[in-house]
Design a protein around this ligand. Structure first.
Ligand SMILES: Nc1ncnc2c1ncn2[C@@H]1O[C@H](COP(=O)(O)OP(=O)(O)OP(=O)(O)O)[C@@H](O)[C@H]1O
Ligand SMILES: [Mg+2]
Length: 294
């Protein structure tokens, strides 16, 4: 929460949550926003989908587009200023809301990119002029290059504003996608990085009790922790599987281990999953048939 206090005091920050798939990045961002009690209209969410071929700056244009949609026209016009014309080709809703915008004067691609970046920076700074704005960009490992360069441009620009930037990404996925060193380096350079880790064994116990109202023995908790590596997503999947087959109450911690043929047959799949930070997926897949057996 100190990130928000600093933003309120006009010292904007960019904080990134880093960790494997399912470790709790999105959940932590959501909890933060709820607990921070920032009015809904001052939280701007952008997500980077896994699809290829989306237009450049997709997470930004989607996020700002949603903000534009619900903002009063007068406030919007003030926040965008002359940048409205530069942003309208990327976010057509701006033209719809404000109307009568001249098309931006032609210039070379580098200049045009700089104008776009600068217009977004101005828009965020003005939007956060009197009250904090929280901009959340999730799944940055799938962001296009332009979106990350924009982030790198903005982070220092917003240090004297009331904007708090929050990002989340899977570092291992980024490495696997071979987007190093430039893009990952850019985020690491401009953000304060908070690595997220899996649950400790005691937390695994709490999770199971809260999720199921079942109180498994110590050996089961230890095994669940070892298999899931404390990853909440995999733990949840695992607990569901075990519960369905009635093993959660009665298991002694030995769930068996078995690599199903479907997985074995796909050359390199297990290795890929492990490399992508999905070792627990492999383990869940590995034990699922054994659990499902009567
Ligand atoms: N601290 C927690 N307590 C209880 N459940 C949690 C916790 N953290 C995460 N979860 C649950 O685990 C699941 C995975 O979490 P989440 O979606 O936040 O992971 P993620 O790190 O964003 O993964 P991805 O990289 O795939 O987006 C969700 O169902 C979430 O509600
Ligand atoms: Mg997520």
């Amino acid at each position: 929460m100190t990130g928000l206090e600093d933003a309120r005091a006009g010292r904007g920050r960019f904080i990134s949550l880093v960790g494997d798939a399912g470790i709790g990045k999105t959940r932590t961002l959501e909890e933060f926003v709820v607990r921070a009690a920032v009015p809904e209209e001052r939280v701007i969410w952008g997500r980077c989908p896994e699809h290829h071929g989306l237009p450049a700056y997709w997470p930004w244009t989607q996020a700002i587009g949603r903000y534009v949609e619900r903002c009063e026209a007068e406030t919007l016009a003030r926040a965008l200023g002359r940048g409205a014309a530069d942003l309208a080709p990327f976010i057509p809703l701006i033209g719809d809301r404000l109307g009568g915008l001249e098309p931006p004067s032609p210039c070379d691609p580098d200049q045009s990119r700089l104008r776009f970046f600068d217009s977004i920076a101005t828009f965020l700074r003005r939007t956060a002029e009197s009250q904090p704005v929280v901009l959340v960009l999730d799944d940055l490992h799938w962001a296009d290059e332009g979106s990350i360069l924009l982030l790198a441009y903005l982070a220092p620009e917003l240090r004297r504003s009331r904007a708090l930037l929050l990002g989340a990404y899977r570092e291992r996925e980024m490495k696997r996608l071979k987007r190093l060193p430039r893009l990952l380096g850019e985020i690491a350079r401009v953000s304060e990085r908070i690595p997220l880790h899996g649950f400790e064994p005691a937390e695994v116990g709490d999770f199971v009790r809260t999720a199921t109202d079942i109180h498994p023995g110590e050996s089961v908790i230890t095994r669940l922790h070892a298999i899931s590596q404390g990853n909440p997503f995999f733990l949840d999947e695992l607990v569901r599987l075990l519960r369905t087959s009635g093993q959660l109450e009665h298991a002694d911690g030995e769930f068996g281990a078995f690599l199903p043929d479907e997985v074995r047959q796909v050359d390199g799949l297990a290795a890929d999953l492990i490399e992508a930070g999905c070792a627990p997926v492999w383990r869940v897949l590995a034990i699922a048939p054994a659990i499902a057996r009567p």
